[in-house]
Design a protein around this ligand. Structure first.
Ligand code: PMP
Length: 427
C-alpha cells in the first residue's frame, strides 16, 4: 500500500475552520515557511499575501523572534497567571502600553482575538455594574466582525457567519456600516440610539477605519472622530477592536492614532506576536481599572483563561516589538502603502473589478459576480487560480483583498496585483 502523504492523513482526521469539508477535504500541507513564503510537502512555494489570516508581520520564521522563543522555552514555558507573573509579561506591558495612542495603564492578557473582545465586553459591563448602575447594551456596526465566541458573535453582524446561532445571541444596537457616502446617516442613527437608550448603553465597539471579515469596508478617520466625540459626551465607553488593524495594517501602528479622541479599551491579537503564537490583549485606562480596584472581592474582573499570559507568547511579542525598531518596520509600512496606491492604478482599466480601495497596507476590491456574498462560489475559483500561480489569497466571497507581511518587496507586491488582474479570466 502506498504511504499516505500529510494532506491525505489530514483529510481522515482533522476538521478545519471555515471549511466545507465535503467539498474541500484536501488541505495543502505546509512543511516550511520563510519570509513571505510557505513551502508545501511537494516543494511548491506560495507567497503568503494575506499574512496567514492577518497574523504575520515581519515574515515567517523571523530569526529574532525564533531565537527569543527558544531562549524562553529553556527557562519558563507557562505558569498560572493568577497570583504569579514573569519577565516576558511584565516587559510586554512596559513596552506595549506606551506605544498605544490612548494613555492606557493596564494590559489584560488572553489567548486570541475573540477572547480579547470577550474580556473587553465583560470589562465594559462590569464597569457599570461595579458602580451600581448596570448597563448591558452595546452599539456596533451592522457589518462588524469581532470574533467567534458568543459575546463577540453577538456584537458582530447578523450574517451567514452567525445565522445558526441568532436566537441565542444577545441583543445589540446596530448602526449602518460606515462608508465615505453615508457619514451623516451613521451619525444621525448613532445619536438617535444614544438618545433612545441613554442609560442602557455601556459601550460602542468598533473596528477602526476598516471592517475586516465583514467585507473590508473602509471609512474615514473624521467620521470615527465624530462618533467617538458623541460617545464620550454620552458617557459610554469606546472599545476599539484593533485585532486586525493593530500593528501597522492601516498605515500607522494603531488605527486609533488617526483620531484625537481615544478609545477607553483596545483589543489586540493577531500581529502582536509577529504571527508566531496565539495571544490576546485587552488594554484599558486607569479610570476603568480603578472601578475594579476595591476591598470587595466581588468587584474583581471575572475573566481568565488557562493560558492567560503564556510566557512563550509574551516573549514572542516582546521580540516582535524589538524587530519593529531594529528593521524600521514603519518605513516598510509607508512603502507598502505607497505601492498600493500606485498598483491600484493597474487595476482601474479592468472592468470586472470594482470598488478599488486601500487603507495603509490593506487593499480590497470586488469582482462582479452572481451572488455577491461570503458564500459566493467565485471565491473558490479565484483561490484556485491564485494557488496555481503560487499566491495565497483567500477572498471573502467576491471581495479580494491583499494584506501582506511587511517584508514583501515592491516586485512581489506588483506581481500579486498582476495576478489579480489576470484572475478575471475565471469569472
Ligand atoms: N476582531 C477582529 C477585528 C478580527 O478581524 C478577528 C479575526 N479575524 C477577531 C476579532 C477574532 O480573532 P480570533 O480569530 O483570533 O479569535
Amino acid at each position: 500500500m502506498n504511504k499516505l502523504n500529510l494532506s491525505e492523513r489530514d483529510a481522515r482526521v482533522l476538521w478545519h475552520p471555515y471549511t466545507q469539508m465535503k467539498i474541500y477535504p484536501k488541505s495543502i500541507a505546509i512543511v516550511e515557511a520563510k519570509g513571505c513564503y510557505l513551502y508545501d510537502e511537494e516543494g511548491k512555494k506560495y507567497l503568503d499575501a494575506i499574512s496567514s489570516w492577518w497574523v504575520n508581520i515581519h515574515g515567517h520564521c523571523h530569526p529574532h523572534i525564533t531565537e527569543a522563543i527558544s531562549k524562553q522555552v529553556a527557562s519558563l514555558e507557562q505558569v498560572i497567571f493568577a497570583g504569579f507573573t514573569h519577565q516576558p509579561a511584565v516587559s510586554l506591558a512596559e513596552k506595549l502600553l506606551p506605544l498605544l495612542p490612548a494613555r492606557h495603564q493596564r494590559l489584560f492578557l488572553s489567548d486570541n482575538g475573540s477572547t480579547a473582545v470577550e474580556a473587553a465586553l465583560k470589562m465594559a459591563i462590569q464597569y457599570f455594574v461595579n458602580q451600581g448602575k448596570p448597563r448591558h447594551k452595546f452599539i456596533a456596526f451592522r457589518d462588524a466582525y469581532h470574533g467567534d465566541t458568543f459575546g463577540s458573535m453577538s456584537v458582530s453582524a447578523r450574517s451567514v457567519f452567525t445565522a445558526p446561532f441568532h436566537r441565542i445571541l444577545f441583543d445589540v444596537l446596530f448602526v449602518d456600516t460606515p462608508s465615505y457616502e453615508n457619514e451623516q446617516n451613521v451619525i444621525v442613527q448613532f445619536k438617535q440610539l444614544l438618545q433612545e437608550y441613554r442609560d442602557e448603553v455601556c459601550a460602542f465597539i468598533y473596528e477602526p477605519l476598516v471592517l475586516g471579515s465583514g467585507g473590508m469596508f473602509m471609512y474615514s478617520a473624521s467620521l470615527l472622530q465624530q462618533l467617538l466625540e458623541i460617545a464620550k459626551d454620552a458617557g459610554i465607553l469606546c472599545i476599539a477592536d484593533e485585532v486586525m488593524t493593530g500593528f501597522g495594517r492601516t498605515g500607522t501602528m494603531f488605527a486609533s492614532e488617526r483620531c484625537s479622541v481615544y478609545p477607553d479599551i483596545i483589543c489586540l491579537s493577531k500581529g502582536i506576536t509577529g504571527g508566531f503564537l496565539p495571544l490576546g490583549a485587552t488594554t484599558c485606562t486607569e479610570e476603568i481599572f480603578q472601578i475594579f480596584w476595591s476591598d470587595d472581592k466581588s468587584k474583581m474582573l471575572f475573566h481568565g483563561h488557562s493560558y492567560t499570559g503564556n510566557a512563550l507568547a509574551c516573549a514572542a511579542a516582546c521580540a516582535s516589538l524589538e524587530v519593529w525598531e531594529k528593521e524600521n518596520t514603519r518605513n516598510k509600512i509607508r512603502n507598502i502603502s505607497q505601492w498600493n496606491e500606485e498598483f491600484l492604478e493597474k487595476l482601474k482599466p479592468v472592468k470586472a473589478i470594482q470598488n478599488l480601495r486601500s487603507c495603509g497596507t490593506i487593499t480590497a476590491m470586488e469582482v462582479c459576480s452572481e451572488k455577491n456574498d461570503y458564500l459566493d462560489p467565485v471565491k473558490e475559483r479565484l483561490m484556485k487560480f491564485y494557488l496555481e500561480k503560487g499566491i495565497l489569497l483567500r477572498p471573502l466571497g467576491n471581495t479580494i483583498y491583499i494584506l501582506p507581511p511587511y517584508c514583501i518587496t515592491k516586485e512581489e507586491l506588483s506581481m500579486v496585483f498582476d495576478v489579480i488582474a489576470n484572475s478575471v479570466s475565471v469569472l
